[in-house]
Ligand binder design. Sequence first.
Ligand code: FES
Length: 135
Amino acid sequence: MSPRRITVGAARELPCTLVVCRGCCCGNRRKHPGTDHAGQVDRLRAAAAEHGFRVRTTDCLGPCDQANVIVVTPSAAGRRAGGRATWIGFAMDEDCTQDLVRWAAAGGPGVAEPPVTLALQFVRAPRGTRTRSRR
Ligand code: FES
């Protein structure tokens, strides 16, 4: 008999969440001067408020050579449908930000297919890494 997972309370309704790395390299204006890092987070938060997904920031997730890193975590429904956290690397331009908004607004992993151009930026999650939010 396989174990059965039961989700109760708020976890049942958790929306898709964008975990935005803002550690030593991601969001660092000196290392990546061509990007409006604060503006990117503001834009994601505004879209989250409009479309019902969440945005959190976190300390360094590990793959600094692929900054800016953003992890798209599935909603509860997406996880039940088989969606898993998806790591996006080099998330610095407007097109990528727009693709992230589009995917999260559509439901994210397990619910909606990612934009094709965003899928080109999928990166492998470091082994043993878990996302931690700080804001
Ligand atoms: S600062 Fe983002 S992966 Fe290290």
